[in-house]
Design a protein around this ligand. Structure first.
Ligand SMILES: [Zn+2]
Length: 297
């Protein structure tokens, strides 16, 4: 049995404690007048804030700096769900613990939102048994996620439905315009291949007709063996890859070694799985696209 499953049993005790003694845990009590929303990780929080504006108080369940693919819920993480109205998940296997967690918390007014519903999902492996969850890294799929979040907020707070739908329309327009800007730019680049830390960019690649190769697979975790590294190094030489993209949380050491070996630069790329001080989703997406674009010149 996984540790977090045992730990979940304690959540209900925590709930009883909070109600019983009337004490409040500051991190689990949302500001008055705002709709308490829990998002699973950073990109979901950003989309929800863009749509919810000053009507929502959004926290993330997965703490900053935690690799979401390795995340295991603890009672402390789950406290916020006791008082939340909505729980925004990406879906597609990004939060495999979500069903059990919401069942254990027992908050009957909690609405769980599968933000990726309706996205054209990409299989994670050739057996097509599970899907690649990283659709928020596509400006196309992100618009679907934003709309699903807007519809969920409008359903939970119908008096302000127009407000959510207007915010969603404006934000989707911002995403669409960035998507079109880079569709035009990528049409003229000679290269198609880029190398990243973990294979998080299949959806982004689909938007622009690009091809990713990576040091770690879709669900992160583990480091590549010498054979896989040698294959990647060969590929970098074959396609003249000039930049190896490095993520904070996945094998930066391996990516940097590979970059040195093939004489490429190592540059940061954002997966938006964790917050980055002072950089919004669109800031980081533009940064990603511009760096990929320059690396393919
Ligand atoms: Zn990932």
């Amino acid at each position: 049995m996984k540790l977090w499953r045992i730990a979940l049993a304690c959540v209900l005790c925590t709930a009883a404690l909070l109600t019983g003694c009337g004490s409040s845990a500051p991190e689990s009590q949302p500001p008055a007048g705002k709709i308490p929303v829990v998002a699973s990780f950073d990109a979901m929080k950003e989309f929800t804030e863009a749509v919810g504006g000053d009507r929502v108080a959004v926290t993330t369940l997965i703490p900053a700096g935690t690799e979401p693919h390795d995340f295991q819920p603890t009672p402390h993480n789950l406290k916020s769900l006791l008082h939340a109205r909505l729980f925004i998940c990406n879906g597609l296997g990004m939060e495999p613990w979500a069903d059990e967690v919401t069942a254990a918390v027992g908050n009957e007014s909690l609405i769980t939102v599968d933000a990726s519903r309706g996205v054209d999902a990409i299989p994670a492996d050739s057996r097509r048994e599970r899907f690649d969850p990283h659709c928020w890294l596509s400006l196309e799929a992100a618009q679907t996620e934003v709309q699903n979040i807007a519809d969920a907020l409008a359903g939970a707070d119908p008096d302000h439905a127009d407000y959510y739908q207007k915010n969603a329309a404006a934000y989707k327009e911002e995403l669409r315009s960035l998507l079109e800007e880079y569709r035009a730019k990528f049409q003229s680049v000679p290269g198609r291949h880029f190398v990243t830390g973990h294979a998080a960019f299949a959806y982004l690649c689909r938007d622009y007709g690009l091809i990713q190769d990576s040091v770690a697979p879709v669900f992160a975790g583990g480091e590549p063996g010498p054979q896989q590294l040698a294959r990647l190094a060969d590929l970098c030489r074959e396609y003249g890859v000039k930049t190896i993209f490095v993520e904070e949380m996945v094998s930066p050491r391996v990516s940097e070694t590979l970059a040195r070996e093939v004489g490429a630069d190592a540059e940061t790329i954002y997966t938006m799985e964790s917050a980055e001080e002072g950089a919004s989703y669109t800031d980081r997406m533009r940064d990603n696209l511009e760096k990929i674009y320059r690396s393919l010149q």
